[in-house]
Ligand binder design. Structure first.
Ligand code: FE2
Ligand code: FE2
Length: 210
Protein backbone atom coordinates (compact mmCIF):
# COMPACT_ATOMS: atom_id res chain seq x y z
CA UNK A 1 0.00 0.00 0.00
CA UNK A 2 1.38 3.37 -0.99
CA UNK A 3 1.67 5.95 1.72
CA UNK A 4 -0.15 9.26 1.47
CA UNK A 5 3.19 11.06 1.19
CA UNK A 6 4.20 9.03 -1.87
CA UNK A 7 0.81 9.72 -3.49
CA UNK A 8 1.28 13.42 -2.87
CA UNK A 9 4.77 13.27 -4.33
CA UNK A 10 3.53 11.58 -7.50
CA UNK A 11 0.64 14.04 -7.91
CA UNK A 12 3.10 16.87 -7.32
CA UNK A 13 5.48 15.56 -9.95
CA UNK A 14 2.61 15.36 -12.43
CA UNK A 15 1.69 18.98 -11.71
CA UNK A 16 5.36 19.99 -12.09
CA UNK A 17 5.58 18.47 -15.55
CA UNK A 18 2.34 20.17 -16.58
CA UNK A 19 3.51 23.52 -15.24
CA UNK A 20 6.80 23.35 -17.09
CA UNK A 21 5.22 22.04 -20.30
CA UNK A 22 2.47 24.71 -20.16
CA UNK A 23 -0.43 22.28 -20.56
CA UNK A 24 -2.66 23.39 -17.71
CA UNK A 25 -6.36 23.86 -18.22
CA UNK A 26 -8.06 26.67 -16.35
CA UNK A 27 -11.02 25.93 -14.08
CA UNK A 28 -12.23 29.52 -14.62
CA UNK A 29 -12.40 31.00 -18.13
CA UNK A 30 -9.72 33.55 -18.97
CA UNK A 31 -10.72 37.16 -18.14
CA UNK A 32 -9.30 38.03 -21.57
CA UNK A 33 -12.46 36.57 -23.09
CA UNK A 34 -14.53 39.33 -21.51
CA UNK A 35 -12.60 42.11 -23.28
CA UNK A 36 -12.38 43.14 -26.87
CA UNK A 37 -8.95 43.74 -28.25
CA UNK A 38 -8.04 47.15 -29.65
CA UNK A 39 -5.62 47.55 -32.55
CA UNK A 40 -2.06 46.79 -31.35
CA UNK A 41 1.15 48.01 -32.97
CA UNK A 42 3.85 45.40 -33.57
CA UNK A 43 5.95 46.93 -30.81
CA UNK A 44 3.07 46.91 -28.30
CA UNK A 45 2.24 43.33 -29.17
CA UNK A 46 5.84 42.22 -28.60
CA UNK A 47 6.01 44.15 -25.33
CA UNK A 48 2.76 42.56 -24.08
CA UNK A 49 3.98 39.09 -25.03
CA UNK A 50 7.24 39.65 -23.13
CA UNK A 51 5.37 40.95 -20.06
CA UNK A 52 3.10 37.92 -20.16
CA UNK A 53 6.15 35.66 -20.46
CA UNK A 54 7.42 37.25 -17.24
CA UNK A 55 4.03 36.63 -15.60
CA UNK A 56 3.94 33.07 -16.86
CA UNK A 57 7.36 32.45 -15.28
CA UNK A 58 6.00 33.98 -12.08
CA UNK A 59 3.13 31.51 -12.16
CA UNK A 60 5.45 28.57 -12.86
CA UNK A 61 7.40 29.70 -9.79
CA UNK A 62 4.16 30.01 -7.79
CA UNK A 63 3.24 26.42 -8.69
CA UNK A 64 6.65 25.22 -7.55
CA UNK A 65 6.62 27.31 -4.40
CA UNK A 66 3.18 26.09 -3.34
CA UNK A 67 4.07 22.53 -4.26
CA UNK A 68 7.25 22.63 -2.21
CA UNK A 69 5.45 24.18 0.74
CA UNK A 70 2.47 21.81 0.66
CA UNK A 71 4.94 18.93 0.75
CA UNK A 72 6.51 20.16 3.97
CA UNK A 73 3.47 21.82 5.63
CA UNK A 74 2.82 20.38 9.08
CA UNK A 75 -0.72 21.53 9.67
CA UNK A 76 -3.61 20.11 7.61
CA UNK A 77 -5.49 23.44 7.46
CA UNK A 78 -2.35 25.11 6.13
CA UNK A 79 -1.85 22.41 3.54
CA UNK A 80 -5.48 22.63 2.41
CA UNK A 81 -5.21 26.41 1.98
CA UNK A 82 -1.97 26.04 0.06
CA UNK A 83 -3.63 23.56 -2.26
CA UNK A 84 -6.63 25.86 -2.80
CA UNK A 85 -4.35 28.79 -3.66
CA UNK A 86 -2.27 26.53 -5.91
CA UNK A 87 -5.44 25.65 -7.86
CA UNK A 88 -6.07 29.36 -8.53
CA UNK A 89 -2.43 29.74 -9.56
CA UNK A 90 -3.07 26.99 -12.12
CA UNK A 91 -5.74 29.19 -13.68
CA UNK A 92 -3.21 32.02 -13.84
CA UNK A 93 -0.72 29.72 -15.48
CA UNK A 94 -3.23 28.69 -18.15
CA UNK A 95 -4.47 32.27 -18.69
CA UNK A 96 -0.88 33.53 -19.16
CA UNK A 97 0.00 30.70 -21.52
CA UNK A 98 -3.04 31.27 -23.71
CA UNK A 99 -2.55 35.04 -23.79
CA UNK A 100 1.11 34.54 -24.81
CA UNK A 101 -0.10 32.34 -27.67
CA UNK A 102 -2.71 34.92 -28.75
CA UNK A 103 0.03 37.55 -28.81
CA UNK A 104 2.27 35.32 -30.90
CA UNK A 105 4.93 35.03 -28.18
CA UNK A 106 6.43 32.02 -26.46
CA UNK A 107 6.94 30.96 -22.83
CA UNK A 108 10.36 31.13 -21.20
CA UNK A 109 12.89 28.52 -22.30
CA UNK A 110 14.17 28.47 -18.75
CA UNK A 111 10.91 27.24 -17.15
CA UNK A 112 12.38 23.94 -15.85
CA UNK A 113 15.13 25.94 -14.17
CA UNK A 114 12.67 28.45 -12.63
CA UNK A 115 10.51 25.61 -11.39
CA UNK A 116 13.39 23.72 -9.78
CA UNK A 117 14.72 26.81 -8.01
CA UNK A 118 11.33 27.82 -6.61
CA UNK A 119 10.50 24.30 -5.53
CA UNK A 120 13.72 24.09 -3.52
CA UNK A 121 12.98 27.49 -2.02
CA UNK A 122 9.41 26.49 -1.10
CA UNK A 123 10.47 23.21 0.47
CA UNK A 124 13.23 24.95 2.45
CA UNK A 125 10.74 27.58 3.66
CA UNK A 126 8.37 24.78 4.64
CA UNK A 127 11.05 23.12 6.74
CA UNK A 128 11.31 26.28 8.85
CA UNK A 129 7.74 25.64 10.01
CA UNK A 130 4.32 26.83 8.88
CA UNK A 131 4.56 30.32 10.38
CA UNK A 132 7.69 31.14 8.36
CA UNK A 133 6.57 29.27 5.32
CA UNK A 134 3.39 31.38 5.31
CA UNK A 135 5.50 34.48 5.86
CA UNK A 136 7.41 33.77 2.63
CA UNK A 137 4.15 33.19 0.89
CA UNK A 138 2.53 36.41 2.09
CA UNK A 139 5.59 38.43 1.07
CA UNK A 140 5.82 36.71 -2.32
CA UNK A 141 2.17 37.48 -3.03
CA UNK A 142 2.66 41.08 -1.92
CA UNK A 143 5.60 41.53 -4.27
CA UNK A 144 3.70 39.85 -7.10
CA UNK A 145 0.78 42.24 -6.56
CA UNK A 146 3.13 45.23 -6.80
CA UNK A 147 4.74 43.77 -9.85
CA UNK A 148 1.36 43.23 -11.57
CA UNK A 149 0.39 46.81 -10.77
CA UNK A 150 3.59 47.85 -12.56
CA UNK A 151 2.55 45.77 -15.56
CA UNK A 152 -0.88 47.38 -15.68
CA UNK A 153 0.89 50.74 -15.98
CA UNK A 154 3.39 49.43 -18.53
CA UNK A 155 0.86 47.82 -20.87
CA UNK A 156 -0.33 49.59 -23.98
CA UNK A 157 -3.77 50.97 -23.02
CA UNK A 158 -5.33 49.40 -26.10
CA UNK A 159 -4.30 45.92 -24.94
CA UNK A 160 -7.46 45.41 -22.90
CA UNK A 161 -7.30 41.62 -23.07
CA UNK A 162 -3.88 41.37 -21.43
CA UNK A 163 -4.93 44.04 -18.93
CA UNK A 164 -8.00 42.01 -17.93
CA UNK A 165 -5.86 38.94 -17.23
CA UNK A 166 -3.31 40.88 -15.20
CA UNK A 167 -6.01 42.67 -13.16
CA UNK A 168 -7.79 39.40 -12.33
CA UNK A 169 -4.54 37.76 -11.27
CA UNK A 170 -3.71 40.70 -9.05
CA UNK A 171 -7.03 40.33 -7.29
CA UNK A 172 -6.40 36.62 -6.63
CA UNK A 173 -2.86 37.30 -5.37
CA UNK A 174 -4.25 39.78 -2.84
CA UNK A 175 -6.57 37.01 -1.63
CA UNK A 176 -3.65 34.57 -1.32
CA UNK A 177 -1.67 37.07 0.71
CA UNK A 178 -4.62 37.59 3.04
CA UNK A 179 -5.09 33.82 3.43
CA UNK A 180 -1.43 33.43 4.45
CA UNK A 181 -1.79 36.24 6.99
CA UNK A 182 -5.04 34.77 8.37
CA UNK A 183 -3.32 31.40 8.80
CA UNK A 184 -0.72 33.04 11.03
CA UNK A 185 2.12 34.18 8.77
CA UNK A 186 5.06 35.74 10.60
CA UNK A 187 6.54 39.04 9.34
CA UNK A 188 9.81 38.52 7.48
CA UNK A 189 12.88 40.54 8.46
CA UNK A 190 13.60 43.44 6.05
CA UNK A 191 16.89 41.98 4.66
CA UNK A 192 15.03 38.81 3.66
CA UNK A 193 12.34 40.86 1.88
CA UNK A 194 15.09 42.76 0.10
CA UNK A 195 16.83 39.54 -0.98
CA UNK A 196 13.51 38.26 -2.37
CA UNK A 197 13.06 41.52 -4.25
CA UNK A 198 16.53 41.19 -5.80
CA UNK A 199 15.90 37.56 -6.79
CA UNK A 200 12.62 38.52 -8.44
CA UNK A 201 14.33 41.42 -10.25
CA UNK A 202 16.82 38.95 -11.78
CA UNK A 203 13.99 36.60 -12.73
CA UNK A 204 11.81 39.28 -14.33
CA UNK A 205 14.71 40.85 -16.22
CA UNK A 206 15.86 37.52 -17.65
CA UNK A 207 12.34 36.26 -18.39
CA UNK A 208 11.44 39.42 -20.33
CA UNK A 209 14.07 38.34 -22.87
CA UNK A 210 14.41 34.54 -22.63
FE1 FE2 B 1 -0.71 33.82 -9.57
FE1 FE2 C 1 -0.87 33.90 -5.71
Amino acid sequence: MRSEAVDRLIAGFDRALRAVAGVHEAARPSPALRSTQGELSEEARRHSAALMRVNHVGEVCAQALYEGQALTARNDAVRASLEQAAAEEQDHLAWCASRIRELGGRPSLLNPFWYAGSFAFGAAAGLLGDRWSLAFLAETERQVEEHLTGHLDALDPSDARTGAVVAAMREDEAGHRQTAIDLGAAELPEPVKLAMRLASKVMTTVAYRV
